[in-house]
Design a protein around this ligand. Structure first.
Ligand code: BGC
Length: 879
């Protein structure tokens, strides 16, 4: 690695004056297994990543040193001192110290050496804490009973460190000494419970006290559709003693105020049945029953190593109307995932009902037709003790913009309701904006649509009786998700979910966990397995993921092979789903089969599995030939039935024979521009690959026209019709058919905003943004565009604005990364290019000078600048 850097350095990045090298600052953004200070990880060799900070441009890491200790203040690593390790990689450094033990907190810090071999200061200490690494560490037993469980226990001394390890199915709320513990909601993440159940770890030191304590757990049905609890507490006390409390037959159980709860249908809560103090010590539970020991789910327990579902925001309604006496409609102005928090005072036993919907009828009443069987109704029955009662359901969530409130005592105030936005709490990491307002609104709808559908698995929709991890939907919006949110831990978990459903025959399923759809998956749905694995590599440089899933991805591809005949894969259920014009299913399936084989070959190459790399490359070539022989009509020169998608798929993957490419592309362009008057007829697959195809072939102007359309079918059409998220269908439907108004699969377009308009692209040859290609497309009437992205190596940003005579482009590249910046000359040649005021291109020649700028050449009307890390301001002008 060092040698490679040395070559790169000698070639491009000018050496820095010696005094600048001391500008290496302490690394920031410490991550362990992608998480900041995780509590509860069960990876025996966790990986560390950090962000390099340096005041000079063109800088990088040449070596690092990591210290891992059991105490925060220990200066030398008592668990691991890596020593000075020559490496240019600040990401995915594998722990190699003493074996990690269960239930331990480890502190770590890191420093690095820059290009001048000057050491940075050490970072601030990061932390990671292990969960229960061995199944024998679990003393607790699975218990069942009613929806409330409790246990009292005594601590003979003050607790100095206490943890709770909780697996509570379907959903749980953990309470200690009268307080909710932690801020997770709808926990744990949904898994294939017969394979795996996730547990969370909480630091409860501050919640316990010497003497009598009580733990109470509320359980909901969630996706498990039943209730089961396995949890244990380990408390270390002053004086060195420790106390363990674990679920067993001595726990007590009793039905609580939640009368029923269902993900789809909502919750019924009777506050008259509350038993204040049940989660505190000293409560009289004589009439509670003993919990029963149950078999519980068969799955192994794994630590939940991903951002939990939380309440991430609170929204006040923008409007309240009344359609009938006593019935009020609140409008949030935004389609969200979440629940309502209601404030109410009134007589005991008053039954208040909240119904949720995405749509209203013209007369202003609630339209719930597209929710199908999901009732999406919460009911609260008042305690009525004269106090203000605040209700927020625990074990359900809804997809809604409108809430109908009925049965409220008296006239509700406008602020009687507030909405809580609930989803997997993935940190927003990106931003995109431009001078074109319709694009900004589409971007907003995409971001809302995606976050609304991150519910521990990537769901298809959030409102009707589905909300499944439909696999095509998952891979189609994955790149957009990765460009807008901190996704690697989420997708690491989902890939393991996929692996958990894989059969011995290599099959995966349409939905993961598998509840709806078929086994084997439609080939375009099963594509999620190879593609998500690949995206994790491309966007985060995660080689371990490739190693972990290579066999699984290969087995899926081998399964497809058993279903193929002469290179053609005939089976298909959905294909290019919800298009305007249908494309033959076997064409789509064979395209996916080709791509799977190709990805297996690439992954094998990266992992040094030469035999597989070659064998699957050969297979891919055979499939490609079969695809062309079968689907490319020699007479008409187009694929399949001539649909846009049938041309887009083979063009996108470069499957078209060279002499046919022009003709196939021409037919696609003619259909888009003339036959359809610059509109799409594509379904979810064709739509995703059309945009990079157009940009890759120099047709970004056309891509831009399609992206900014406001007439049917287009994203702008959704916006013009009031959408605040993305629809499932191009058509504007509001009846009982499948027409969710929050389906993120067409959000694939959002990746193109970053890749083409802002121009930020990862380079799979140096994955994880170690090398970045900045290639903004300066299209049509777009005056400016800006994108920024917190990658695992730090911030990558690109923003440009044009004038009649030139272009300004500001670029940020993280320390340790290199970039190729492609600046279009915009037909202004001859041009000059300057960087922060110094000319670097003049009279058709490169002029070296500014630090970090390593080279520049002209190619096909584009100035291609090689840069190292730092912030740059380029200005292109007519000479
Ligand atoms: C889902 C889709 C899914 C499809 C399978 C639908 O009901 O909502 O998004 O991919 O079924 O064709």
């Amino acid at each position: 690695m060092l040698a490679k850097w040395a070559v790169l350095c000698a070639l491009c990045v000018p050496l820095l004056p010696a005094q600048e090298s001391s500008m290496a600052a302490a690394p920031s953004g410490l991550r362990c297994e992608y998480l900041a200070d995780p509590v509860g990880i069960d990876v025996p060799q966790p990986r560390f990543s950090w962000v390099l900070e340096h005041a000079a441009r063109g800088e990088r890491q040449t070596a690092y040193q990591i210290l891992v200790s059991l105490k925060p203040d220990v200066p030398a690593g008592d668990q691991w001192d890596s020593g000075k390790v020559s490496s240019d990689q600040p990401v995915h450094v594998v722990y190699a110290g003493k074996p990690v033990a269960s239930g331990q907190t480890y502190y770590w810090k890191v420093r690095y050496w820059d290009s001048g071999d000057h050491a940075s200061p050490y970072s601030a200490a990061g932390r990671f804490e292990t969960g229960l690494l061995e199944s024998a560490d679990w003393k607790a037993k699975w218990i069942g009973g009613a929806n409330q469980m409790r246990k009292e226990f005594t601590l003979p001394a003050r607790p100095v460190r206490a943890r709770a390890y909780v697996a509570g199915l379907g959903y749980y709320e953990l309470r200690i000494n009268g307080h909710k513990v932690g801020d997770h909601m709808l926990d744990p993440a949904w898994t294939t419970y017969d394979k795996r159940v996730l547990y969370a770890v909480y630091d409860i030191t501050g919640r316990l006290r010497p003497g009598a304590n009580a733990v109470g757990v509320m359980l909901g049905e969630g996706w498990f559709k039943s209730r089961a609890l396995r949890m244990q507490i380990h408390a270390e006390l002053e004086g060195g003693q420790s106390v363990d409390v674990a679920t067993d037959g001595s726990w007590k159980t009793m039905a609580g105020p939640i009368q029923s709860d269902s993900v789809y249908n909502g919750e019924v809560y009777d506050a008259r049945l509350e038993t204040p103090g049940w989660d505190r010590a000293g409560f009289d539970d004589a009439h509670w029953k003993a919990a029963s020991l149950i078999d519980g789910p068969k799955g192994i327990l794994s630590a939940q190593m991903m951002p939990p579902i939380r309440i991430v925001d609170t929204i006040a309604p923008v409007k309240m109307t009344s359609t009938h006496p006593g019935v009020y409609i609140y409008d949030l102005g935004q389609n969200i995932s979440g629940v309502v928090e209601m404030r109410v005072r009134g007589p005991r036993g008053t039954r208040v009902q909240l119904r949720h919907a995405e749509l209203l009828y013209d007369d202003g009443t609630l339209n719930v037709e597209n929710l199908r069987a999901a009732k999406a109704t919460d009911v609260y029955i008042l305690r009525g003790d004269g106090s203000l009662e605040v209700y927020q359901p625990r074990f359900t969530y809804h997809g809604f913009r409108y809430v109908e409130l009925a049965g409220y005592p008296g006239a509700p105030k406008f602020d009687a309701l507030r909405a809580k936005v609930v989803h997997s709490d993935v940190r927003p990491t990106g931003g995109f904006a431009s001078s074109k307002q319709i694009l900004n609104q589409i971007q907003r709808n995409i971001v809302w649509g995606i976050q609304d559908n991150l519910h521990s698995v990537p769901t298809d929709c959030n409102q009707r009786d589905e909300r499944m991890g439909w696999m095509a939907d998952a891979h189609l919006y994955a790149e957009t998700a990765m460009l807008n949110f901190d996704m690697p831990a989420f997708y690491t978990n989902f890939l393991r979910d996929i692996h958990d459903v894989q059969g011995a025959d290599g099959t995966v399923t349409d939905t993961v966990p598998h509840r709806y759809g078929s086994r084997p998956a439609d080939p375009a749905w099963g594509m999620a397995y190879p593609l998500l694995t690949w995206y994790m590599y491309e966007y985060y440089g995660d080689r371990r993921i490739l190693e972990q899933h290579f066999a699984g991805v290969k087995a899926w591809t081998d399964y497809l092979r058993t279903r193929s005949h002469d290179g053609i894969l005939d089976y298909s259920y959905y294909g290019d789903w919800v298009p305007i014009e249908r494309t033959p299913g076997n064409l789509v399936s064979t395209f996916c089969y080709y791509w799977s084989a190709d990805l297996v070959s690439r992954m094998a190459g990266i992992l040094g599995k030469g035999g597989d790399a070659e064998a699957y490359h050969k297979l891919a070539v055979e499939i490609k030939d079969a695809f062309n022989a079968r689907f490319l009509n020699q007479a008409t020169g187009v694929y399949g039935t001539g649909t846009q998608t049938a041309q887009i798929l083979p063009l996108f993957l470069n499957m078209v024979p060279g002499n046919r490419r022009g003709g196939v592309f021409g037919a696609l362009r003619d259909d888009l521009v003339y036959t359809r008057n610059t509109h799409l007829t594509t379904g979810i697959l064709g739509t995703k690959y059309l945009f990079p195809l157009l940009t890759g072939t120099g047709n970004s102007d056309l891509a831009y026209e399609l992206a900014t359309q406001t007439t049917y079918p287009s994203w702008g059409y959704m916006v013009e019709n009031g959408a605040t998220t993305l629809w499932e269908l191009w058509q504007n439907k509001t009846g009982p058919s499948m027409n969710s108004h929050n389906h993120p699969m067409f959000g694939s377009l959002g990746a193109w905003f970053y890749n083409a308009l802002a121009g930020i692209n990862p380079d799979a040859a140096k994955p994880g943004f170690e090398r970045v290609v900045i290639a903004p497309e300066v299209v049509r009437d777009l005056k400016w565009a800006a994108g920024s992205l917190d990658t695992i190596r730090g911030t990558v940003a690109s923003s440009w604005s044009r004038s009649d005579n030139g272009l300004r482009l500001e670029v940020t590249i993280p320390v340790g990364s290199l970039a190729e910046v492609r600046i279009p000359e915009l037909g202004l040649a001859p041009v000059t290019l300057s960087e922060s005021g110094s000319a670097i291109w003049k009279n058709g020649k490169y002029q070296s000078g500014p630090a970090g700028v390593a080279g520049l050449k002209e190619s096909d009307g584009t100035l291609v600048v090689e840069i190292g890390s730092g912030k740059y301001a380029f200005a292109l002008a007519r000479e």
